[in-house]
Structures are given as C-alpha cells and as structure tokens.
Design a protein around this ligand. Structure first.
Ligand code: RAM
Length: 506
C-alpha cells in the first residue's frame, strides 16, 4: 500500500475553495458575570475609540468566525515618538479572557493560545495579524505608547472563511424553540470547521482527524451536503496510508499533504464506518470500490491486536485507542465494541460490492462471542474492561453499537448503566454522540432526545455560539490537556444535534 498519489490527486481535485466574507465587530463589550459564569455584555461603540497606555478594548464580532483579522490605527496628540506596543487576544468564549496564558503548564503546546504581541513603529498603520484565528471576541490591550500620543482604533474586520455554502442549508423548523436552537448552534459549529478539509476545531488542532470526520460527515449529509468534501477527506486518508496500509489518526495539508505518525486502533477502523456512511448518503459506488481495500485493510490489521479467543488485548499506552477524553477510562471493552461496529460496516460495504463476506462474518461472530464470554460480568450484568474489570458508560455504549447485545436486552443494559453513578463517565460530546446513537439503536427515542436537550442544551444555556470539544456539566474546568485555555470551543465532533434532529426528529 503506502502513499497513493492517484488518490491524493483525486482528493486535491475535490478540495473546496474557501468562501470569504468580511465581518466587522458588532459592538465593544465588557466582561460580566451571568449565573456565576463569565460572559460579555455590550459596552458601546468601538470605532474611533482612543486608547492610551494601559487601556484595552474588547471587540465582539457577534458570532463565531474563523479568519484573518486586520486592524487600522491612527493617533491623536503629538507626533508618535515611540512605537505602539500591543497585545491582541482572541477568544471563542468570553471566559477564555479571564485565564492567564502564562499560567498554562499542560502537556500540549502553549502555541495554540491565540495571542500576539506586536509593535507599530509608524502611524497611521494597518495591522494585518499573522495567523488565522477562531473567535468571537478580540481583546486589544495597549502595553505601551508614549505619554505624548494615544492610539485611535479606526477600523477592524475579519476576512472570515469557510467552505460551507450557507445557501445550501435548509432551515430546521421543528416548532420547538430549544431544538431549533440546538440545530442552529450545531450547524454553525460544523460550518466553522468546514475549511479546506473538515477540521476538528479551527482553534486547535486545525486538522483532519478520522474519528471527527465520521461525525462531521454524518452531520454534513443532513445539512450542507458538501459530499465531495467528505469524499476528498476519505481519499486523503486512503492516499496517505503507511507502508502496511494503516490509515493514520489524522493528517496535515501543509506544507504538503502528510499523515501524522499517530495511529489509533479505533480511528483506523472508523475508516470502514465512514466509508459505509458515505455509501449510504451518496450511492457513489465507484469511490466505494476504490476505497474498499483501504477499509478492509484496517480490519485485517486490527487482527494482530486480538488474542486467539477473539478478545482485543488491553494496553496501557495512552491513546492506543481513543474512545473519549476521560483519562481514567480503560479502553479494552470499547475497542472490542468498536471492532464489532466497524466489522458490521465492512460487511455492509462488501455486500454492496457483491463480494463474499464469510471472512468478515466469521470474525464478527468470534469477536461477539468473546465479548460476551470475557467482558460480560454476570453479577452486575454490565460489560467490564481491562484487568481491573472497570465499568464505564463507554463500554456499554460500544457493546450496544457493536451489536454484542441487542433489542430489549440492550435497552436494559443502557438503563442499568444510567443507574450506576460510580462508573467512569463520558466527558466529550464525541462520546455523547455515540450514546445518543446507542439509545436510538435500541429504540429509546425519547431518552435520546432528552440527552440532546440536557447535554447540548447545557452548553446552549451557557451561551455557546458553537458546541465545544469538552463539556462536563459537573466540572466546567475539565480539560484533558491540563488547562482549559487550550480547549477548543468550536469542535465539530459535537455537531450531533444537527445530525440526529434532522435525521430522526423531523
Ligand atoms: C483531540 C483533537 C481531535 C481528536 C483527538 C483524538 O486532540 O482535537 O478532536 O480526534 O483529540
């Protein structure tokens, strides 16, 4: 296998052009407290504001945007006799502005924090800030000018980009205000992450991840229908598989297309699920035929991680299998369930292609039996994971989605786990999406809707313009990265409401 230039050329030909829209701040703002949380409220006109040493101004762009920002300055007073020295900070949520970037000592790079310090030697000046930012709020702080002059902010704008075609998005009009709102926020989240590829989050990591792609694609089929973008992303992964044919967990576009050297058990397998979903949404069998060997290869490679009984071997290496950002979560049972789920997707694909499915069916049967034989705890009547027989939500959800239990038995399992507050929780909208999916798979439509209302509604109630990478209602400061300042607050693995509401609750 290895790099496939034909696939990459095909992907390149399908990648979208970005649409650019110039947006200006809607008002100046100031931070305030609302229901015990930091928020922002309007604070007058921003244009023409005079700024002396130590002054700052918060600009509110009215919604979440992704793009390049330009500021224009003039001066008043004497001829500027010293450089103007500024700090500019960007925030997706107002609360980010209360955090001290210097205090972050977590394990991912501080470089993700959206801030700049710049000098302007000559005024008037037009300051085109260097990076692409993801934000609603911009705080400008004058670190110094001289005592003889002040700055005047004359213009500010963002050349905002997305590849989403807003005119392609039919409204979701359910007659239920909360659901309409959840759909709108989810749609905005997806839109902002739709750049040249489906980015996971435009603040961080700004790249194509396979696990995220699966969910973005599902929401996309119900909303923007940029199906060629999904196709391009699938070809990118297939075209950058490594020598043994394994697809990476994520990939970069710049300076040239390159897969990351991060491989995750579940993300590689999800290639099959994402391809199955693409097939169901588009019927594009030419692409399916071309990409099928890549999907099949992921299931073959996964075999090496199973013992002779068909049970996936547990590992304690962080990130061997992602599942969720709960750092205490043991992944073994989820990995087993995800394998079952992806084998089922692979079987759908191979059948649609008219090819024999025996090998996959046998593998599915053996691994399903192993799940029941080795991971089922008779006493608690729950699935357990790892040597310590950990009980988690994720394990039950994935066993349901993988079909290890079905029908009324599966519905009862999901009820049982809900009665066990002592078990490992789900901490991301990504895992919650899978939970909603599992509830729907067992016919619990009302419960699934209730989760959408409570969980995503919780973010909406906190003023979310876009849904977040992480949300633990019990712990607003949760972050697997050692600090919330690097959390992403527009993360498309959280656009579940747009998918579920439009597909199942019309
Ligand atoms: C986060 C990324 C992405 C996810 C990986 C596993 O760092 O932002 O969303 O897929 O983790």
């Amino acid at each position: 296998m290895g790099r496939n230039e034909v696939f990459l050329e095909k992907a390149n030909g399908l990648l979208p052009k970005l649409r650019v829209q110039r947006v200006e701040p809607v008002c100046a703002a100031e931070l305030c407290q609302q229901n015990g949380r930091t928020a922002a409220k309007p604070a007058g006109v921003w244009q023409g504001r005079t700024l002396a040493k130590g002054d700052s101004i918060l600009l509110d762009f009215g919604n979440h945007w992704v793009g390049h920002v330009t500021l224009r300055f003039a001066s008043v007073g004497s001829h500027p006799d010293a450089p103007a020295w500024l700090r500019v900070q960007f925030a997706e949520r107002a609360c980010e502005l209360t955090e001290d970037p210097e205090a972050y000592t977590g394990w991912i790079s501080k470089g993700w924090i959206q801030q700049e310090q710049v000098h302007m030697d000559v005024l008037p000046a037009e300051l085109a800030l260097p990076r692409r930012y993801a934000f609603r709020y911009l705080r400008l702080e004058v670190l110094d000018v001289s005592g003889k002059y002040s700055l005047v902010l004359t213009d500010a704008w963002c050349d905002a980009t997305t590849s989403a075609d807003d005119s392609a998005l039919a409204p979701y009009a359910s007659g239920d205000g909360q659901l309409n709102k959840l759909d709108a926020i989810a749609g905005r989240t997806l839109r902002e992450c739709m750049q040249t590829v489906f980015e996971d989050g435009p603040k961080r990591d700004r790249r194509l991840w396979l696990g995220d792609l699966r969910m973005q694609a599902l929401a996309n089929y119900e909303t923007y229908r940029a199906n060629d973008l999904v196709k391009a992303c699938l070809y990118l992964f297939a075209g950058t598989a490594n020598e043994e044919g394994r697809v990476s967990a994520c990939l970069f576009l710049e300076p040239e297309i390159e897969a990351d050297d991060t491989f995750m058990f579940d993300y590689s397998l999800f290639f099959a699920a994402a391809l199955r979903d693409y097939m169901c949404a588009t019927g594009d069998m030419d692409a399916v035929r071309e990409l099928w060997p890549t999907a099949l290869r992921q299931t073959e490679l996964a075999e090496a991680d199973f013992d002779a009984n068909g049970l996936v071997r547990d590992r304690d290496q962080m990130g061997w299998c992602f599942v969720d950002w709960n750092l205490a979560l043991n992944k073994q049972a989820s990995a087993q369930g995800i394998t079952l789920y992806c084998l089922r997707a692979a079987i759908e694909l191979v059948r649609a292609l008219g090819e024999p499915d025996e090998v996959l069916r046998e593998s599915l049967a053996k691994k399903t039996a192993a799940a029941k034989a080795y991971l089922w705890d008779k006493k608690s009547r729950l699935f357990v994971s790892g040597a310590a027989r950990q009980v988690s939500w994720a394990s039950q959800v994935w066993m349901v989605l993988g079909g290890a239990v079905e029908g009324a038995e599966a519905a009862a399992l999901l009820e049982r786990i809900a009665e066990r507050p002592d078990t490992e929780a789900m901490v991301t909208p990504y895992m919650m999406h899978n939970y909603v999916d599992a509830l729907l798979a067992v016919g619990e439509r009302d419960k699934a809707l209730d989760v959408l209302r409570r969980y995503w509604g919780g973010m909406a109630d906190e003023g979310a313009d876009t849904f977040w990478e992480l949300y633990d209602p019990a712990d607003p400061d949760a972050s697997p990265y050692g600090g919330t300042i690097v959390n992403s607050y527009c993360h498309a693995w959280s656009c579940a409401p747009a998918y579920f509401l439009r597909k199942f609750y019309r």
